[in-house]
Design a protein around this ligand. Sequence first.
Ligand SMILES: [Zn+2]
Length: 189
Amino acid sequence: MPRCRASIADFVPHPRYGTTPVRSGFKIPESELRRSYWRLSSDVLFPETALPADTSKQNYAVFPRACYVDVARTCRSCTRRFIFFAREQRYWFETLRFFVDADCVQCPECRRTAHALKRRLRRYADLRAKASLTDAELHRLVDDARYLLEHGTLKNAATVGAIKNLALKRIPRYRGVPALIAALGATRR
Ligand SMILES: [Zn+2]
């Protein structure tokens, strides 16, 4: 049976719960936890963090989650270890009503980056769709193009080159312009 021997110092910090398992005050035996939901049979878990679940609030097909418990995960993006906290699970499955078999596959930092990328990409697309841009909007477009390039999300260098040329003509003093030129240069190497 897998045991929770993880060294807790190396978990990616969660903005609300930190880097260590959160004690719940409930005493649910480990064997009961492992039987309570199929995925827990082989997870690295921290029994002292277990919380009983309200399965009537869950969205499930056959098997609900009878308990929530802090479990160790490895981030699919950066391969660092993080904790998927029992309290987070309760929020996911009872408040947001995510399907109970959903799993958390990214650490808090990679999730934050993914959200930021999505937000930036949406704003970038909205700005690109506009017939004309104010200087402030052009600043944002330059910043978004640079950010998305640096994160490997924009592949079309010709489009970004056109944004750079427009920026050089209209807002040559904006400090985001040299940063965009550097990011473009890096993608061409
Ligand atoms: Zn990560």
